[in-house]
Design a binder for this molecule. Structure first.
Ligand code: GLN
Length: 292
């Protein structure tokens, strides 16, 4: 039944092609204003965890001294979005802020299209890609990944009253909206033989919000996107609903240049500490379980 999404990502779809040359959006921001979730972690350090990530900061090179540049697409709630006061917020932003703090660096958010986040890191324009970024075999060829810190599931959003009731109905000559360069795009645009719907049945948008606008405007029949942003978009837009599906679970992790193993190890160690001491869970709970 769910064969359409029961594909391995391995070896599929050259993201690097799709992503080439993406435009770099305004490059910096104030670091996330609210970092309260990071504070307990800093204190907990005194308890002497095994991996002393912070000690390595002297050797870590980043593209701008003293800063940690994070490539993201800030239209992916609750992982990254623009706050009411114009700054950046979300799960990824807060985790990255806590990591930067552990490494003695200041976080700078580089907001761009999702399809550019990996090339930005590869090209030395950003230090880390953190964008609800799913680990795939294809992407592993281009960047190194840290430990996973969250999971995502691809879901289908349709207008209430849609005749699309199950994943199988997507095959009935429907137009599916996705975000450019995402795993949703990769699954849906693949050939029917491979479990997709074919390129002709997919329209990609630079971000999820634009795909949702297209859905509301009747330009596409459904949107395939990660479950947490899906919930946020459905909550913010009347007349839409998420279909019950049972797709494969994806792991989100941080992508880092293969040419900077010291940074990769330091970020990975800091992330592991933040997972172990509960900081990551506190941040996730703040946005997902307790939020909206
Ligand atoms: N998790 C999906 C992917 O990595 C979508 C991420 C996003 O749109 N920010 O392709």
């Amino acid at each position: 039944m769910k064969k359409y999404f029961a594909l391995l990502l391995a070896g599929m779809m050259a993201l690097s092609l799709a992503a080439c040359g993406g435009s770099s959006a305004p490059a910096s921001s104030e670091p996330a204003a609210e970092t309260e979730a990071a504070e307990p972690a800093a204190e907990a350090e005194g308890t002497e965890a095994e991996a002393p990530a912070a000690d390595t900061s002297a050797e870590i090179k980043t593209i701008e001294a003293g800063k940690l540049h994070m490539a993201t697409n800030a239209a992916f709630p609750p992982y990254e979005m623009i706050s009411d006061n114009g700054g950046f917020e979300g799960i990824d932003v807060e985790i990255a802020t806590a990591i930067a703090q552990k490494l003695g660096l200041e976080l700078v958010v580089d907001d761009m299209e999702f399809s550019s986040v990996i090339t930005s890191v590869q090209g030395g324009k950003s230090d880390i890609a953190m964008a609800g970024l799913t680990v795939t075999e294809e992407r592993k060829q281009n960047v190194d990944f840290t430990e996973s810190y969250a999971t995502g599931v691809q879901v289908i959003i349709v207008p209430e009253g849609s005749d699309i009731k199950t994943v199988d109905d997507l095959a009935n000559d429907k137009m599916i909206g996705v975000q450019d360069g995402t795993t949703g795009y990769i699954y849906c645009s693949d050939t029917v033989e491979n479990g997709g719907y074919g390129e002709d049945h997919v329209t990609s948008y630079p971000n999820g919000a634009m795909a949702i606008e297209a859905l509301k405007g009747g330009k596409v029949d459904a949107v395939v996107i990660d479950n947490e942003p899906a919930k946020a978009f459905v909550a913010a837009n009347e007349g839409l609903k998420i279909l019950d599906t049972e797709y494969i679970v994806e792991n989100y992790a941080i992508g880092i240049s293969k040419e900077n193993p010291a940074l990769r190890d330091a970020v990975d160690a800091a992330l592991k500490e933040l997972i172990a001491d509960g900081t990551v869970k506190t941040i996730v709970d703040k946005y997902i379980n307790a939020g909206e």
